[in-house]
Design a binder for this molecule. Structure first.
Ligand code: NAD
Length: 503
């Protein structure tokens, strides 16, 4: 293995990428099956390690343990305050620089996302656990409500053994949110991280293992889509939180339909950014570049389609090209990189084939970012002009977006609502009130006005998904509630037989 070192700061050879391991029924073990595809350093193509997959016996052990943990009910019986205390301990430990930095380095090295971004994401992990703790400390899972014959107890209780399946992009942020939410709900759970990025999950498992929770409360099972599907199909699994592509979401919905398993499906997006005629073009250009570069646009809320008023298109594109020229594309571990490579060769080829397809349909490629002198999977952020809206309906999941023009707001709205997705949208106009009116009509989970950020609009607002972008909402409250069902206990009112008492 001969991997060139980046010029700045961290060097690849210093990174101890943990080998994929399972945490099943209270013990760590190596996933037993023969390795699948190799994990490569996306910066250089150099081999990093084997991709390891659990075998049937390990999966069966994990399912038996999560089921037993639920039947014993020890974790569920912890009071919300006791569970909150555990979540806060996890937060404290994961805030320690050695863990946060390990997760950030692993994510940057395995996904190609720039280290500055993965550090930001790792730094948010403790807040995710603390937020879940604060929510359940607030008494939301156990309340007294007025009833017809005295007070009624209203509980939210875990549905049962829960399965958490995360994707390769944002593995630390997505994995931590799922773990914190399931544990806060009192649900014993199994996390199956992506086969491409199991490392930060392993670091979180190491921290949780030290806390000696009741056996089977938290487990980690490494593996691929088949591993996930095997667990999805098991009748002992009573709730599934999945983040990934539409195909996986559809497979899970089909496999569980007969069991009525509650599903939280966070799928893809093809997110429009609308630039009105009166927009601050510099700010809009900044947003476009951010949407094409942040997380290397391997991000469900990345820029999908640029919708621009015809009168400002040329001026806008001029500014965008200027800004793209100054994007520093480089090694993902280089502190000065704005953007790194795509995760792996197959994904690189997929994104490249989309560019080729759009170009073959008459698309004109607009791209100005210099590629680094590295042999990895780099694709410069690219806008494609000249294709029809019907030719850009899917999710590319890379730094490529089509440009479409409009003359009226009604046309812009039709374009914005013109795909089957409905995750995120962005609107730029100097008239904030007008932008709000327009934004309210976009059928998607969240619309940001005059800005493009990795962070949610509000820490307490739900993150919704419309159309094929998913099912169910995410958020501290929403995700904890997702793992629970309502149970109401109280003394019954007495019906008056033959009387006229209202129900
Ligand atoms: P993917 O669907 O290929 O895999 C996601 C996870 O599901 C992996 O752990 C994989 O092993 C597992 N999996 C795949 N098929 C499965 C099946 N049939 N049953 C059970 N598990 C299965 O997605 P990916 O390539 O890892 O991630 C990229 C996709 O995720 C993109 O489409 C992106 O938009 C989406 N995503 C959505 C959000 C969101 O919040 N909406 C966030 C991040 C990523």
């Amino acid at each position: 293995m001969n991997i060139p070192e980046p010029d700045n700061a961290v060097s690849v050879s210093e990174i101890q990428l943990p080998s994929p391991r399972n945490y099943i029924d209270g013990s760590f073990s190596e996933p037993a099956s023969a390795p699948g595809p190799l994990l490569h350093d996306p910066n250089t193509g150099g081999v990093l390690q084997d991709q390891r997959v659990s075998d049937g016996e390990q999966i069966a052990d994990a399912l038996a343990a999560v089921d037993k943990a639920y039947r014993v009910g020890a974790w569920e019986e912890y009071s919300p305050a006791e569970r909150a205390q555990v979540l806060e301990l996890i937060a404290d430990r994961l805030a320690a620089p050695e863990y946060a930095e390990k997760m950030a380095l692993a994510d940057a090295l395995t996904t190609g996302t720039a280290i500055r971004v993965t550090r930001l994401m790792a730094s948010l992990v403790p807040f995710v656990f603390r937020g879940a703790a604060a929510y359940i400390r607030g008494g939301e899972l156990q309340q007294m409500l007025p009833g017809k014959a005295g007070e009624v107890e209203y509980f939210r209780k875990p549905w049962g053994p829960s399965l958490l399946i995360s994707p390769w992009n944002g593995p630390t942020a997505i994995g931590s949110h799922k773990i914190a939410s399931a544990l806060a709900a009192g649900a014993p759970c199994i996390l199956k991280p992506s086969e491409w990025t199991p490392h930060s999950a392993l670091i979180m498992a190491e921290v949780i293992a030290e806390l000696d929770l009741p056996r089977g409360t938290f487990q980690l099972v490494c593996g691929n889509g088949k591993t996930g599907a095997t667990m999805v199909e098991d009748p002992r699994i009573r709730a599934i939180s999945f983040t990934g592509g539409i195909a996986g979401g559809q497979a899970i919905a089909s496999a569980t339909a007969g069991r009525f398993v509650p599903l939280q499906l966070e799928l893809g997006g093809n997110n429009p950014l609308v630039v009105m005629a009166d927009a601050d073009l510099d700010a809009a250009a900044e947003g476009i570049v951010y949407g094409l570069t942040n997380l290397n646009a391997q991000w469900c809320r990345a820029l999908g389609r640029l919708l621009v008023h015809r009168s400002v298109k040329d001026d806008l594109l001029e500014i965008v090209v200027d800004k793209l020229r100054n994007v520093k594309m480089g090694h993902s571990l280089d502190e000065t990189s704005d953007m790194g490579p795509l995760i792996h060769k197959d994904h690189y080829q997929l994104v490249q084939s989309e560019i080729d397809r759009l170009q073959s349909l008459g698309g004109n490629l607009i791209s100005a970012t210099p590629l680094p002198d590295l042999s990895g999977y780099f694709i410069a952020p690219t806008l494609v002009d000249g294709c029809t809206p019907e030719q850009s309906l899917g999710e590319i999941f890379g730094p490529v977006a089509c440009i479409h023009t409009f003359d009226t707001e009604e046309e812009a709205l039709v374009l914005a609502n013109g795909t089957a997705y409905g995750l995120a949208a962005y609107v730029y106009s100097k008239d904030e009130q007008r932008a709000r009116v327009f934004a309210r009509r976009i059928r998607c989970g969240g619309v940001k006005i005059n800005g493009f950020s990795l962070l949610a609009l509000s820490g307490v607002a739900p993150r919704g998904a419309w159309g094929v972008s998913g099912l169910g909402e995410e958020g501290t409250r929403q995700s904890i509630d997702f793992f629970t069902g309502a149970r109401v206990v109280g003394v019954s009112p007495q019906d008056v037989i033959g009387g006229s008492g209202a129900p």
